[in-house]
Design a protein around this ligand. Structure first.
Ligand code: SF4
Length: 235
């Protein structure tokens, strides 16, 4: 996908030669964040992580052990977005590694995907105390970093898991049960909401609906589940 380095270098060389012919002898490169986010300039995940730093922008930093930035394929076609880190994620600094994460792994396995092939992140990067729902101000402070991550990855599909992620990214209040399983376009992204794996742990009968949603995603990606009998299971 995309041009290889040699081709990009050749194009840049041609462009510089053209500028030289036009009498241009100097190119000024602006420094700092504004330059990274300038028109047509897509920053990388590493730059975003560096900019996030040891973030204290919202009160959630007070109770966290580690920032959970997100992980996976930096050019994934499919990104999963949850609500926020829980206890296990906070301890390990990785998203979706607790019981809900193990269920997400099983969902991916049923889809014929490996965790390394997708990207996984959350609305907020620090664990809310007692796993409470993140507050609007906390989400509003943290979400711009997620949006920059999505801009850097440019996935074909963003699967929002649960009502917090889905309603926030879609900027609506409609219950998750009414928006799940359908594609919605927002912020230049194709978003498909589904139930959160933690909700599935409490309501295993809803796994069937999530599996229907995952098959919608696979079809959009031009993929098929490994077996027609596959599914998420009932446990
Ligand atoms: S939740 Fe986000 S904005 Fe708040 S302190 Fe953590 S990284 Fe910073």
């Amino acid at each position: 996908m995309g041009m290889d380095r040699a081709k990009i270098a050749a194009r840049i060389g041609e462009h510089l030669a053209f500028l030289q012919e036009m009498g241009i002898r100097e190119i000024r490169v602006p420094k700092g964040k504004a330059a990274r986010q300038g028109p047509g300039k897509i920053e990388g995940l590493e730059e975003i992580r560096i900019d996030l730093g040891d973030c204290t922008r919202c009160p959630l930093h007070q109770g966290r052990k580690q920032i959970v930035f997100g992980e996976g394929n930096s050019s994934a076609d499919l990104v999963f977005v949850g609500e926020g880190p829980g206890r296990d994620e906070d301890l390990q600094g990785r998203p979706f590694v607790g019981r809900a994460g193990q269920l997400l792994d099983r969902i991916l396995q049923a889809m014929g995907l490996r965790r390394e092939e997708v990207y996984i992140a959350n609305m907020v990067k620090c664990r809310p105390p007692g796993n409470r729902v993140p507050q609007k101000t906390e989400i509003d402070t943290c979400v711009p970093f997620l949006m920059r991550q999505l801009q850097a990855i440019r996935p074909r599909i963003v699967c929002t898991m649960g009502s917090v992620a889905s309603q926030t990214l879609l900027e609506i209040q409609t219950p998750i049960s009414r928006i799940r399983g359908k594609f919605h376009e927002r912020h230049g992204l194709l978003i498909l909401p589904t139930f959160h794996p933690a909700y599935l742990l409490r309501n295993p009968e809803k796994k069937r609906e999530v599996w229907i949603d995952m098959k919608v995603i696979l079809a959009k990606l031009g993929l098929e589940p490994p077996s027609r009998k596959s599914g998420i299971g009932s446990q």
